[in-house]
Ligand binder design. Structure first.
Ligand code: AMP
Length: 553
């Protein structure tokens, strides 16, 4: 039996809590284990304190070190920054050990960190600080060579926010934090520790930011319980063992690496390896150096890895996770040919829904589907015009469960349009279910192209385009057209050593592949590199805007 409070006890205004009956049901089913983020680490630290938890640039921490450092940092956050339970802090750090220390310090205090991505700039940072009324910002100082002045970025927004009391930077050895700032390294030496045993795991433990390519990110409150549920089932689905090392190929504040590397690793008491530069060379070197067992990459990075000839170096990998965007089937087959690794084709989102292939699924299932829901408590439906569609038909993915959020923070309009009265979340993604029970993704509802009344799913065309021997990456979009409403446009990046590509060549290839005439691109732009979102996904929205504006992409 659980003796904690039956529901959230937070006073944060604008947070939508899980209803008490669902909390009860998740606890009874064992989906929620009433563990806070820091309790997950403390369990390992108590049983095996010397086990290696984190490998970062220049620093390695055991579970015992990580538990102690985060306790001291929590003490400093309380005593020197004045932070208290339910306060919010904005964290903008690259992949480094300090991110994890700061995140766990917040967790111990019941402080809620908002995860801003390293690529976010003034607009997004200012928006998140303001939306969450952050009391403090933690950012990168001069410890890592990041080629960007994060302290200057914070300085540019700080005056607009009266509630922002404290700024913390990770300063390098021998250097100080800027005047008026705290240095995270010095704070970590604080002599009062905070355990955080009283933190309620039903309360929000972090804010993820929604992705997307237009508008400012929405804040997604996630409780300790609902995220730890994902950590547990991600670790189980991948079969993570305590002696494995998981390598973050994406920013850890993004849900993909946060769940599939950091969370799964901490849950299993394994080692998590991080590196601020998320380019192929340093990442391949890191996997090689730590004999990585798992990594997470978006499809674009995976293509770069394969093209960089990383196959021999990466032979230690047991599980390769890719997703965040449709993974072209041919890419999965290439991975299967080159590496003896299981493939998790991961459909996931910061809001929590996760549908994934398992490492031991047949390659064709991994290539053409996103497998099955992650955890035992997940509820999933495919809906069109308010009704569940028969198996095989396309509709919007609608989800609810112990690992799915309950509402955007302080955003009633978004909650109104994306939740129904029973708490089901409408994801905006088009899915279908195959006879074997696995799920296929077709794209976002707004990625569909309507050409003279025909609905065309952009990712399915991209999947075929990247099988062309000259094409490395592709983004298919709708181009406004007076006569037909929209026509199909494609922007492509060519493979190394390829000089040119014409629309006629593309048409001939798609003809050979049997793609219906109306689904074939009628406009082609060959580009040096496709635009990217803040997490590095191919930014179809930006391609669309540029095609729409009649500019060369
Ligand atoms: P974010 O929360 O930024 O990670 O974005 C989540 C969105 O990425 C989802 O709603 C999907 O549209 C897309 N997505 C994630 N994983 C996949 C996948 N494996 N296949 C297709 N789309 C995906």
């Amino acid at each position: 039996m659980h003796d904690g409070p039956a529901h959230a006890t937070t006073d944060i205004e604008g947070y939508v809590p899980f209803p008490a009956d669902r909390v009860r049901a998740y606890r009874e089913a064992g989906d929620w284990r009433d563990l806070t983020f820091h309790a997950v680490v403390d369990r390992v630290a108590e049983a095996t304190p010397s086990r290696r938890a984190l490998v970062g640039p220049e620093r390695e921490l055991s579970y015992g070190d990580l538990a102690r450092n985060s306790r001291r940092l929590a003490g400093a956050f309380r005593d020197e920054l004045g932070l208290r339970a339910d306060d919010t802090v904005t964290l903008q750090l690259p992949n480094c050990v300090e991110f994890v220390e700061a995140f766990l310090a917040c967790s111990r205090l019941g402080v809620v960190p908002a995860f801003v991505l390293p690529r976010h700039r003034e607009q997004e940072l200012g928006h998140v600080v303001s939306l969450t009324e952050s009391k403090a910002v933690v950012t990168a100082g001069d410890r890592y060579d990041l080629g960007f002045d994060y302290v200057g970025l914070v300085d540019s927004v700080v005056d607009d926010h009266a509630h922002l009391d404290a700024c913390v930077a990770v300063a390098g050895d021998g250097s100080d934090a800027p005047t008026g700032w705290h240095d995270l390294t010095a704070l970590r030496d604080h002599d009062e520790e905070v355990d955080g045993d009283d933190v309620n795991p039903c309360n929000p433990g972090l804010f993820m930011l929604s992705g997307g390519t237009s508008g400012l990110p929405k804040a997604i409150p996630r409780t300790h319980n609902d995220y730890v549920y994902l950590w547990e089932h991600i670790a189980r689905a991948m079969g993570v063992e305590a002696d494995w090392t998981l390598v973050a190929g994406l920013p850890i504040p993004h849900s993909f690496a946060f769940g599939y590397v950091l969370g799964a690793g901490l849950w299993a008491g394994a080692t998590v390896a991080v590196e601020p530069a998320l380019k192929p060379d340093p990442l391949v070197a890191l996997v090689d150096r730590v004999d990585g067992d798992v990594t997470t990459l978006i499809p674009k990075q995976l293509i770069d890895f394969l093209d960089a000839g990383a196959d021999a170096t990466l032979s230690t990998l047991r599980v390769v996770c890719s997703g965040g965007q449709k993974v072209p089937p041919d890419l999965v087959r290439r991975v299967a040919d080159q590496w003896d690794a299981g493939f998790c084709n991961v459909f996931g989102m910061g809001e929590g829904a996760q549908v994934i292939t398992r490492p031991d699924d047949p390659v064709e299932v991994q290539a053409t589907t996103v497998g099955r829901p992650l955890g035992p408590g997940d509820e999933i439906r495919i809906v069109d015009e308010g009704r569940e569609v028969p198996r095989g038909e396309l509709g919007e993915l609608v989800v609810r469960g112990p690992g799915v959020f309950t509402g955007y923070f302080r955003n009633e309009a978004a909650n109104e349009s994306s939740f129904d009265d029973d708490g089901w979340f409408y994801t905006g993604d088009v899915f279908s279910q195959r006879p074997d029970g696995t799920y296929e993704v077709w794209g976002r509802l707004d990625d569909t192209i309507n050409r003279a009344g025909e609905t065309i799913y952009a990712p399915a065309i991209e999947d075929v385009l990247v099988e062309h021997p000259k094409i490395a990456k592709a983004a298919v979009v709708g181009v406004p057209d007076e006569a037909l409403g929209e026509r199909v446009g494609a922007a492509v990046e060519l493979r190394r050593g390829t000089a040119s590509l014409t629309l006629d060549e593309v048409t001939a290839f798609l003809d050979e592949r049997g793609l219906a005439v109306f689904r074939r691109p009628e406009r082609l732009a060959v580009v040096a590199s496709l635009p990217e979102t803040d997490v590095g996904k191919i930014d179809r929205g930006a391609v669309e805007r540029e095609f729409g504006a009649g500019e060369s992409v």
